[in-house]
Design a protein around this ligand. Structure first.
Ligand code: FES
Length: 172
């Protein structure tokens, strides 16, 4: 699977900076083909998924213990597309970054497990598509998310989990 991601990255040479301070992530067509890539914004590793006709960008390190979400599988959970962390199987919605868990209400007469939200745990990144290129907005660090801790930790960690960021491709 990693080969596929890297193949997409190779074909995405383009300017690193986009309009209005946006950060170039990759070519729209390349991401559609590979369905996921990692990139860096200000040293912060993010993962961009293309799933069922939509792009989604999240911090690539899981808010729980820093697992590489870029290597997880996408599952539909209660009608929401979620990335399942490959380390401990936490479920995170692609659309909002919410952590989901299955819980029961013991006060119900016959309690059955239901999916519930822990709130937004994973930072979501805003994407802009312009002229066939996909760009991410710099994160708003005035708001904190649990995934920030691991995003910071892995900034110093070097290598991306699934290959070189496409927005550094043109520096080769
Ligand atoms: S690190 Fe992701 S579930 Fe534990």
């Amino acid at each position: 699977m990693e080969q596929r991601y890297r193949a997409a990255l190779r074909g995405s040479a383009s300017p690193a900076m986009g309009p209005d301070g946006l950060v170039f992530i990759g070519k729209e067509e390349d991401i559609k083909k590979s369905q996921r890539i990692t990139a860096k914004i200000d040293g912060r590793e993010i993962v961009v998924f293309y799933h069922e006709g939509k792009f989604h960008a999240l911090d690539s390190r899981c808010y729980h213990e820093g697992g590489p979400l870029c290597n997880g599988e996408i599952e539909d959970i209660d009608g929401q597309a979620c990335i399942v962390c490959p380390w401990h199987k936490f479920k995170i919605t692609l659309e909002t970054g919410e952590g989901l868990y299955e819980g029961i209400n013991p006060l119900e007469p016959s309690p059955t497990p239901k999916w519930q939200s822990k709130g937004v745990k994973q930072r979501i990144h805003k994407l802009t598509i312009d002229n066939g290129n996909v760009y991410a907005s710099p994160p708003d660090l005035s708001v904190n998310f649990d995934s920030d801790y691991y995003a910071e930790k892995y900034k110093k960690g070097g290598e991306l989990a699934i290959g070189k960021p496409s927005n550094l491709e043109s520096t080769e």
